[in-house]
Ligand binder design. Structure first.
Ligand SMILES: [Zn+2]
Length: 242
């Protein structure tokens, strides 16, 4: 069946003497692998249109129940050129694509989230986009923390946050692993809604602690495999556990 889809190129690698295999995330959040025959020949019609970290309109042929399709046409839509000029932001972009490639059951909405996150990076935002990406991933996966009420007794007076409990706790229900919230509920809610400018209103240390909490929350609630995200990210982004 011939398909025409808007898609993000998650990664690409050389195959045989002249071809490439690309992994894509389509606009309906499906992951597909495609062979781009002759893509490494100088005269290839795919040109630079199938590079990792780009958005394109792709036409491909894939048989039902097959893992690998054949790329027919590729038109570049967005190259994220600002991201590609900055290794720091490029590594954050790679961390999104890495996560998208490995998440066991890609949810509807994953394509939109990844595309928005890359656009934020391209506009100059940096590690705040990682916070946005992970928080939105929690929403898509149905594990977003409960911030307004104590997850145990439903009290509205919440001062603590506990990763394992999945959200806020009051003084009475607080566990040994709970962290003082310091009024960060709004910070987290703003970031999750894409209001990334609030990032600058917090101190360097507060941002670091927040990213560390969000990251550990993801490892706990999304899956231990997410731990390896740290190997891709610039080392200073997620502070070591204290
Ligand atoms: Zn409580």
């Amino acid at each position: 069946m011939i398909k025409r889809k808007e898609a993000l190129i998650l990664n690409s690698f050389d195959y045989g003497n002249t071809s490439k295999i690309i992994h894509i995330l389509t606009s309906n959040s499906e992951r597909v692998s495609l062979i781009a025959k002759g893509a490494r020949k100088p005269t290839s019609r795919f040109g630079g249109n199938i590079e990792t970290v780009s958005l394109g309109d792709l036409v491909y042929y894939i048989k039902d129940n097959r893992d690998l399709g054949i790329l027919k046409e590729a038109a570049l839509q967005q190259f994220y050129s600002e991201v590609k000029k900055d290794l720091y932001r490029l590594n954050i972009a790679f961390s999104f694509l890495w996560t998208v490639s490995r998440i066991p059951d890609p949810e509807r909405g994953l394509f939109g989230l990844t595309k928005r996150s890359l656009t934020f990076l391209d506009r100059g935002f940096r590690e705040e986009v990682l916070a946005y990406f992970l928080l939105s991933l929690f929403q898509l996966s149905g594990v977003f923390p409960n911030l307004k009420n104590c997850v145990v007794c439903d009290s509205e007076e919440v001062d603590f946050f506990d990763i394992a409990s999945g959200g806020s706790l009051c003084k009475r229900c607080k566990t040994n692993t709970a962290i003082l919230m310091d009024g960060w509920q709004n910070f987290i809610l703003d970031l999750s809604k894409g209001r990334l400018r609030v990032w600058k209103e917090y101190t360097f240390s507060q941002r670091g602690i927040l990213l560390s909490i969000i990251y550990r929350y993801g490892v706990y609630h999304i899956g231990g495999w997410l731990n390896r995200l740290r190997d891709i990210l610039p080392f200073e982004i997620i502070p070591k556990e204290r």
